[in-house]
Design a protein around this ligand. Structure first.
Ligand code: GLV
Ligand code: MN
Ligand code: MN
Length: 420
């Protein structure tokens, strides 16, 4: 085992991390645990808490134009920063650990450095990214997208939720400046490396009883909004042969997504997470259905083939059923390979602190996907119980979180030493 650079430092505290988790789980919509959607009152409350904790950990807190909360510990040298990030927003009735684990691990690393009075050569930034999860504006990973230069002010003022509020206004509501979103953009010169710790959201680590995953590749979503327009008719009087039923067509589209992802293999998955039917009455043949479709994969060929088959299949079923099927591509991201150097660095850090690990790929996407446009990234996973996530039962052990934070700290110290 090589000498751990963190050997002389106190370990991350399970007590502090446990208390943080309990505090954050209380910032939820009371009627729907654990819901802390981005731009909500709960999100703002969690941000206020984080800001105080960052301050107490010796981090200088700022909020950029995208609303990203950034806690900075100045290094001995000006220039490139080492960044640890993730998100505090959740999905609807989601988890207490997705994203949260990564922000808390970064905060705890900062606390350890503060307690030990250790100054790094590079500045350290701990970031809570704005709205990693899907928003009501048809976009996710808003903070890291803006930071990596893929979301501008014009788009943020154009995208609207159902109430007509713009994404730019929503960003303002968490302390950002939507009209100046472009200024959130960072450059490769000022972000040297990006690290993220996350729960696995799949079952490999929990099943293998291995406390750490070193991620080698991250899947990316390709998403569609599909509008099906048939004809609204009487449910009693309209013969089965004369119907143009939008929900029957939607049902077929859902099964198309399932079949294409299954048949593609190579790790492809496909989900229809949202269906809205109108007018949604029991005695009416539905005239309209809107769906949101999410495909993910690690293999670029499998993704391209699946998306092409989906578009052809959607057109075919529309023509056959006499309904209009129109799809809009909401996003089409590329899967990401983590550089061999960053995988090796993470493995060296795990070995140095004596933590067993295994290599994994990530089916979920992360802020790391966007930060990879700026700099090499490293992604560490800790186990989550039964691989469950995006559900209220999502659970990770605080010991695993502390172990992950220990590896994160060691990795940070190694990168700080190696990076010019
Ligand atoms: C983020 O949770 C994702 O959808 O992968
Ligand atoms: Mn998530
Ligand atoms: Mn997440």
């Amino acid at each position: 085992m090589s000498e751990a650079l963190s050997a002389g430092l106190p370990g991350p505290s399970t007590d502090r991390l446990g208390a943080d988790l309990r505090t954050l789980e209380a910032y939820t919509r009371p009627d729907r645990p654990y819901t802390r959607r981005a731009f909500s009152d709960e999100d703002r409350a969690a941000r206020r808490w984080l800001s105080l904790e960052m301050d107490a950990a010796g981090l200088a807190v700022t909020v950029d134009a995208a609303g990203n909360q950034i806690g900075r510990r100045a290094g001995r040298h000006a220039g490139t920063a080492l960044v640890i990030g993730s998100h505090l927003d959740t999905v609807e009735a989601g988890g207490r650990f997705d994203g949260i684990a990564g922000v808390l691990a970064g905060l705890e690393v900062a606390r350890v450095l503060a307690v030990a009075g250790q100054r790094l050569a590079h500045s350290l930034e701990v970031i809570n990214f704005t709205c990693e999860e899907p928003s009501d504006f048809g976009l996710s990973t808003i903070g890291s997208r803006a930071m990596s230069g893929r979301l501008d002010a014009a788009t943020a003022s154009r995208l609207r939720d159902r109430q007509g509020r713009s994404l730019a206004d929503a960003v303002d509501s968490v302390g950002g400046r939507g009209s100046a979103l472009d200024t959130a953009r960072r450059t490769p010169a000022d972000v040297g490396r990006y690290l993220e710790l996350h729960i696995e959201q799949a079952v490999s680590l929990d099943r293998a009883k291995v406390p750490l995953g070193v991620v080698t590749a991250i899947a990316a979503p390709s998403r569609y909004r599909v509008a099906i327009r048939g004809r609204q008719d009487h449910a009693g009087g309209t013969p089965m042969t004369a119907r143009r039923d939008a929900v029957a067509a939607a049902a077929e589209l859902v099964l198309l997504v399932e079949r294409l992802a299954r048949d593609a293999g190579r790790g492809m998955v496909g989900t229809v997470g949202v269906i809205e039917a109108r007018p949604n009455m029991i005695n009416i043949v539905p005239g309209e259905a809107d769906l949101l479709v999410d495909f993910r994969g690690i293999d670029a060929d499998a993704i391209a083939e699946t998306l092409a088959r989906f578009e052809a299949g959607a057109a075919e079923l529309g023509a056959r059923r006499g309904v209009a099927v129109e799809w809009t591509s909401l996003m089409r991201e590329s899967p990401l390979s983590v550089s061999p150097e960053m995988v090796a660095a993470a493995e060296t850090a795990a070995r140095a602190v004596g933590v067993p690990w295994q290599r994994l790929t990530s089916g979920a996407s992360h802020d790391a996907n966007h930060m990879a446009r700026l700099c090499p990234i490293g992604l560490l996973f800790i186990p989550c119980r039964d691989g469950r996530s995006h559900c209220p039962e999502e659970w990770a052990e605080v010991d695993h979180l502390a172990t992950g934070a220990r590896v994160l700290l060691e990795l940070l110290l190694r990168l700080d030493r190696e990076l010019r």
